[in-house]
Write a protein that binds this ligand. Structure first.
Ligand code: AMP
Length: 426
């Protein structure tokens, strides 16, 4: 299957060639024909599958034959949960639509509204927005939605997790009833399913992998470790110089700062991004990470939404998320666009429940890696229902027993996989 088989128009095919895209991904070949035929779409796809182009290409094509852009009255509205994702979606529209004359704008909170209001006033075909700022500007009559022909809800599950349901409902109520709607979500918990049923009429469902199943290319492992040894374990992993771009997740902003500070004190270039940082600081940190001047980016779940950086070789869950779906989102940051990746989860004794919940959702056990100096046998044994070995070092956790192991192994984190042992999954 090629893009030509999808009946895309020449200016779009040219933009795809110029962008180096050779053939459609499964979500694209599944969704685009239905979208071009005017159907609503329910897309079950996680990030990294090419889902943005799956809705952007047909919308660009369907709008390309229409009337010129009108001031403050977009024809396509894309709702995204975070500003980072909104910015990236807008960049994708610009990239794929570079040979068309359509106008796009992106609006999100946390920055002055002046330039955004100005962009809307100049005329806009495609508007990408986070719900809060859109509601603000609607209230001020700086944008009206009564000419919207296409609605796209991206990362709908995350949108609901973040408490945007009321805003989304109000926004949808302001749209014309006659429209084409696209709904994309990585997971389908009941609340998301209800929202999809409200928004979509007789949709074509396109699912690229079983819901919640992480990309198979990701090598997932869990390391059992005492809570106090997590910083040291992270530093030990980073002795492997082949890890050049690592994304680390924590549950709180405070913890993200602390982990980044400790790494910096250990002479490892690291930055934290989270909701307390200004938009400018977040963008700068992302750019440094893309450029390679920052080796480790420490992020909270919300701040990391929409991060689309190819070349993240390792994702580390410094703390396990209490929502299993977040695990799927987190590890999906690696192995983008066909590459492989490693996802390592640190699990202390208080996080075993979270690990069990994750394994239930991904429907598979995560392989244990005990080839590190901080392995906590007691926590590991409790996981598989086994008996903990007699504690020889204060609670069954190694404490820096082999501090120079990475150097001695000469292969560090990359070599762990060969020594991992598979656990029975209960
Ligand atoms: P998405 O799932 O939309 O966030 O896209 C993930 C990544 O895949 C982005 O970096 C896209 O540029 C890239 N991508 C999208 N479509 C294709 C394609 N057909 N071939 C190769 N890469 C693609």
């Amino acid at each position: 299957m090629t893009f030509e088989h999808l009946s895309l128009i020449a200016p779009i095919l040219r933009a795809l060639r110029e962008g180096g895209y050779e053939k459609p991904t499964p979500i694209q070949s599944g969704a685009i024909p239905h979208a071009l035929a005017g159907r609503d779409i329910l897309g079950l796809a996680q990030t990294g599958t090419g889902k943005t182009a799956a809705f952007a290409l047909p919308i660009l094509q369907l709008l390309s034959a229409g009337q010129p852009a009108a001031a403050r009255a977009p024809k396509a509205l894309i709702l995204a949960p975070t500003r980072e994702l909104a910015i990236q979606i807008n960049q994708s529209f610009i990239k794929y639509g570079r040979n068309l004359r359509l106008k796009t704008a992106v609006i999100y909170g946390g920055v002055g509204q002046g330039p955004q209001a100005h962009a809307l006033a100049r005329g806009v075909d495609i508007l990408v927005a986070t719900p809060g700022r859109l509601m603000d500007l609607m209230g001020q009559r700086l944008v009206t939605l009564n000419r919207v022909e296409f609605l796209i809800l991206d990362e709908a599950d995350r949108m609901l997790d973040m408490g945007f349901i009321r805003d989304v409902e109000k926004i949808v109520a302001a749209l014309p009833r006659k429209r084409q709607s696209f709904f994309f979500s990585a997971t389908m918990p009941p609340a998301v399913e209800r929202l999809a049923a409200e928004l979509l009429a007789d949709p074509a469902t396109v699912s690229v992998s079983p819901v919640s199943a992480p990309a198979e290319r990701i090598d997932q492992k869990v390391m059992f470790v005492g809570r106090d040894s997590k910083d040291a374990l992270l530093a030990a992993l980073l002795k492997d110089q082949s890890i050049y771009r690592m994304l680390v997740f924590t549950k709180t902003k405070h913890k993200a700062n602390r982990v980044a500070e400790k790494l910096v004190r250990g002479k490892i270039s690291a930055e934290a991004i989270h909701g307390n940082k200004s938009q400018g600081a977040r963008q700068r940190a992302l750019q440094n990470f893309v450029k390679g001047s920052t080796r480790v980016l420490v992020a909270t779940d919300i701040a990391a939404r929409g991060i689309d950086i190819t070349g993240i070789s390792h994702v580390v869950n410094f703390e396990l998320p209490n929502e299993p779906e977040s695990y799927v989102h987190r590890i999906g940051r690696t192995a983008r666009a066909g590459a492989g990746g490693v996802a390592i989860s640190f699990c202390d004794k208080d996080e075993r429940e979270y690990l069990r919940a994750i394994e239930r959702v991904i429907r598979a056990p995560i392989a244990m890696d005990d080839s590190h100096p901080f392995h906590c046998a007691e926590t590991a044994a409790a996981r598989s229902g086994g008996v903990a070995p007699r504690p020889s070092n204060g609670g069954g956790c190694r404490r820096n027993a082999r501090p120079a192991y990475a150097a001695r192994n000469g292969r560090g984190a990359g070599g762990y996989a060969r020594r991992e042992s598979r656990q029975r999954w209960n």
